[in-house]
Design a protein around this ligand. Structure first.
Ligand code: PGA
Length: 246
């Protein structure tokens, strides 16, 4: 991935087709001035088949651990792919509330097997002075990646849970983002080998807004951003994209 990637995680903040279509047509008009940046949209699954837009990649916010069968309400990776999704977020902290590591591992395998890109979220709930949050992140990565055979479509999004849904002032400092990005790269290298690990993009998410995006990109050692609340506002999202333009 040569370009920086900015992923909008719409959550349920944009839920109607009308709102989403208006957002995307505004984005498309500006995208030609934003060469050097890739915009991805993680949309609610009901909207995925309705959002056709060549200038952005549309994906899902969550996926089933199952590939088919009697699982009421679940949507498999194959079903997402058939509806037009190009990627799926996996293991977002708002889903890890009720999904365990085993489910995240199965979701990752099934997304990669279906040929979709997987955006695997990891993040500690709190930081501790003894540094045990590093062990926590290592455990999440090792557990999720224990079954995977190929990594060419894997993206890691580091999202410290304590920094999600706050304001830019409460987000993580770029130096700490960089320290964790190095640690994640080393962990990936231990389990997947150095060459494969070097190619896996690491993104940061957690209260990214236009005010802090520039320094996180410049000093955080990451290849892009996963943006929640600020991605539901087209102007804020465009400003973040502009900052990430090379
Ligand atoms: P936030 O959300 O930008 O609102 O903190 C990020 C996320 O949950 O992915």
């Amino acid at each position: 991935m040569k370009k920086l990637v900015v992923i909008a995680n719409w959550k349920m903040n944009i839920g109607s087709h009308k709102e989403a279509a208006r957002f995307l047509s505004g984005l498309r008009r500006k995208m030609r001035y934003l060469r050097g940046t890739e915009a991805w949209i993680a949309a609610p699954s009901t909207l995925i088949p309705l959002l056709k837009n060549p200038s952005v990649k549309i994906g899902a916010q969550a996926v089933s651990a199952w590939n088919g069968g009697p699982h009421t309400g679940e949507v498999s990776a194959e079903m997402l792919k058939n509806s037009g999704a190009k990627f799926s977020i996996i293991g977002h902290s708002e889903r890890r509330e009720f999904e365990d590591d085993d489910a995240v591992r199965k979701q990752l395998s099934s997304v990669l097997s279906a040929g979709l890109t997987a955006v695997l979220c990891v993040g500690e709930k709190e930081r501790s002075t003894d540094g045990s949050h590093f062990n926590y992140i290592e455990g999440q990565i090792k557990s999720a990646c224990s079954d995977i055979k190929h990594t060419s479509r894997l993206v890691i999004a580091y999202e410290p849970v304590w920094a999600i849904g706050k304001s830019a002032q409460e987000a993580m400092r770029p130096a700490e983002v960089e320290e964790m990005a190095i640690f994640i790269r080393k962990t990936l290298s231990d389990i997947l080998g150095r060459a494969a690990a070097a190619k896996i993009p690491i993104l940061y998410g957690g209260s990214v807004e236009p005010i802090n995006a520039r320094e996180i990109i410049a000093e955080g050692g990451v290849k892009g951003l996963l943006v929640g609340h600020a991605s539901a506002d087209l102007n804020l999202f465009l400003e973040i994209l502009k900052i990430c333009r090379k």
